[in-house]
Design a protein around this ligand. Structure first.
Ligand code: HEM
Length: 412
C-alpha cells in the first residue's frame, strides 16, 4: 500500500509522474491518505466507469451504510442530507427528479446567450485587476483578481441574483470555498448559513427574471414529484458552490498549463477557434477535480479482484484515468491539437457534472479574453509564494497564482 500525500504542493504542481506510476499498480489501488486513512482508488478507465455506473453496489450516501460522510459536502452547506435535495447524495427516483429539474432549468435559462456577458465580465475584471501586494510592479494574482470572481459572477447572473447584491454574495462564496486564517472554519459555517437564507428568500421572491435559473428551478416539470422550498434552496446553494471553485481552478490551471507550454499557447493565440479543444485538453491534462466524491460499498462483493465489505470506501481517481496510455497516446504531453481527447474530468453515470457545458464555456471565454488583453502574461519567475495550493484532498485548488504582466518582447 502506498502512502501518498495528494495535498502536497509538489504533487499538486506536477502530478503527472505520480499518476502514471499509480496506474502501473492496477485498476484498483490501495492507498493510505493523510487524515482519511486507508482507501481504494479506481484508476483505470474501465474500473471508474464500472464504479460510477453501479448504483446497486456503491452509494454516495455514507449514512446508508452506517458511516459518517467524509468529504461529500460543499463547504459550509447547512444540514446536508439526501432528504433535503442534495443532488450528490440522492439516488434512484429522488435523484432523477432533482436532476431533471436542474437540467431543464439550465436548458431554459439560456446558457448559450451568456457568451457576451461572460466576455464583458472577464474584460472588466482584467482591466480592474489590482497589483498583488508584496510582489514587484506588474504582478497580479490571477486567482483573486480573475479566475475566482469570474465564474461566481457568471453563476450569480445566471441564477438571477440582483447585481446590487453581487459583491456581498461574492464575499460569502469566497469565505465558503476559500476559508483562510484561524477563523476560516467559523466564517465558513456562518457564511454558509447566510447564503442559504439569502437563496431561500430569493427563490420565494416574485421578482425573479423569467429567464433566470432560480425562476426556472421553481417551475415544476410535472406534478408527480414536487421539490419543496428547502430542497430548492439547497439545490441553488449547491450549484453556486459546485460551479465556483471548480471553474476557477479550470481557468487558473488552464493558464498555468499554457504558460508551461509556450508553443501550445502560441498555437492557441494564433487561432482561437481551437479554444474548445484546448479546454478539453486542459480538463484532461490538468484535471482540476482529481477525484470523485467517495463511493461506499452497499454490501459484500468482489469488484476487480478486490473483496469489498459493506461501508468500504473507494474514490474514482479521475486524474489518473486521464493519464491512461491505453486511451491517450503519450498522456503526459500537453497537446491542444489532440483528437479525440478522452477525459473523465466531469465524472460519469447518473452524477455526471450538471454544469459541464457552462464550465467549458466560461473557461474558453476567460482564456481568450485574458491572453487577448494581456498577451505579455508570463510566469512570475523565482518568486517565493507566488503559487499557493489549498491542501484540499481531491482537487487542485489554487488560492493564489501570481503572474507577471510586464511586457516582454521575446515570449515565443
Ligand atoms: C471545471 C469545472 C467543473 C468540474 C471539473 C466539475 C466536476 C464534477 C464532477 C467530477 C462531478 C461528479 C462527482 C462525482 O461523481 O462524485 C460533478 C458533479 C456535479 N457538478 Fe460539476 N464540475 C465543474 C463545474 C460545475 C459547474 C459550473 C456546475 C454548475 C453550474 C456544476 C454542477 C455540478 C452538479 C450539480 C453535480 C452533481 C450532479 C449530480 O449529482 O447529478 N459543476 N462535477
Amino acid at each position: 500500500m502506498s502512502e501518498i500525500d495528494f495535498t502536497d504542493s509538489q504533487y499538486l504542481r506536477s502530478p503527472h509522474k505520480t499518476l502514471s506510476s499509480l496506474l502501473k499498480n492496477g485498476p484498483l489501488v490501495s492507498v493510505k491518505i493523510p487524515k482519511i486513512g486507508k482507501a481504494l482508488l479506481a484508476t483505470s478507465n474501465e474500473a471508474i466507469i464500472d464504479l460510477l455506473k453501479s448504483p446497486h453496489r456503491f452509494t454516495t450516501d455514507a449514512t446508508q451504510v452506517g458511516k459518517s460522510p467524509i468529504c461529500a459536502k460543499a463547504g459550509g452547506m447547512p444540514d446536508w442530507k439526501p432528504s433535503n435535495g442534495s443532488l450528490f447524495l440522492a439516488e434512484g427516483n429522488q435523484h432523477r427528479t432533482i436532476r431533471h429539474q436542474l437540467d431543464m432549468a439550465l436548458r431554459k435559462s439560456g446558457i448559450k446567450t451568456l457568451r457576451p456577458n461572460i466576455a464583458a465580465l472577464a474584460d472588466t475584471l482584467i482591466s480592474n485587476a489590482i497589483p498583488a501586494k508584496g510582489f514587484p510592479t506588474g504582478h497580479i494574482d490571477l486567482v483573486s483578481q480573475f479566475s475566482r470572481p469570474l465564474p461566481a459572477l457568471v453563476m450569480m447572473e445566471l441564477m438571477g441574483i440582483p447585481k446590487t447584491d453581487a459583491p456581498d454574495i461574492l464575499k460569502l462564496t469566497t469565505q465558503i470555498s476559500y476559508p483562510e486564517g484561524p477563523l476560516g472554519g467559523i466564517n465558513q459555517q456562518s457564511a454558509g448559513k447566510k447564503l442559504f437564507a439569502y437563496l431561500k428568500d430569493l427563490l420565494a421572491s416574485d421578482e425573479l427574471p423569467q429567464d433566470s435559473l432560480c425562476f426556472q428551478l421553481k417551475q415544476q416539470p410535472d406534478t408527480t414529484a414536487e421539490i419543496n422550498p428547502d430542497e430548492l434552496a439547497h439545490l441553488a446553494y449547491f450549484l453556486l458552490q459546485a460551479g465556483h471553485s471548480t471553474t476557477s481552478n479550470l481557468i487558473a490551471l488552464g493558464c498555468m498549463s499554457l504558460l508551461d507550454h509556450p508553443t501550445q499557447l502560441k498555437t492557441l493565440t494564433q487561432d482561437w477557434t481551437k479554444a474548445p479543444n484546448a479546454v478539453e485538453e486542459i480538463l484532461r491534462y490538468a484535471a482540476p477535480t482529481q477525484m470523485t466524491a467517495p463511493r461506499y460499498a452497499k454490501e459484500t462483493f468482489t469488484f476487480y479482484d478486490h473483496t469489498f465489505k459493506r461501508g468500504d470506501i473507494v474514490f474514482g481517481f479521475l486524474a489518473a484515468t486521464n493519464m491512461d496510455s491505453s486511451s491517450t497516446p503519450n498522456p503526459d504531453i500537453f497537446d491542444i491539437s489532440r483528437s479525440p481527447i478522452r477525459h473523465i474530468s466531469f465524472g460519469a453515470g447518473a452524477h455526471f457534472c450538471g454544469g459541464a457545458q457552462l464550465a467549458h464555456l466560461i473557461a474558453e471565454i476567460a482564456l481568450q479574453r485574458l491572453f487577448t488583453h494581456r498577451p505579455e502574461l508570463q510566469h512570475a519567475s523565482n518568486l517565493t509564494k507566488s503559487i499557493i495550493w489549498l491542501p484540499r484532498f481531491g482537487s487542485r485548488h489554487l488560492s493564489r497564482f501570481i503572474v507577471n504582466t510586464t511586457p516582454s518582447p521575446a515570449r515565443f
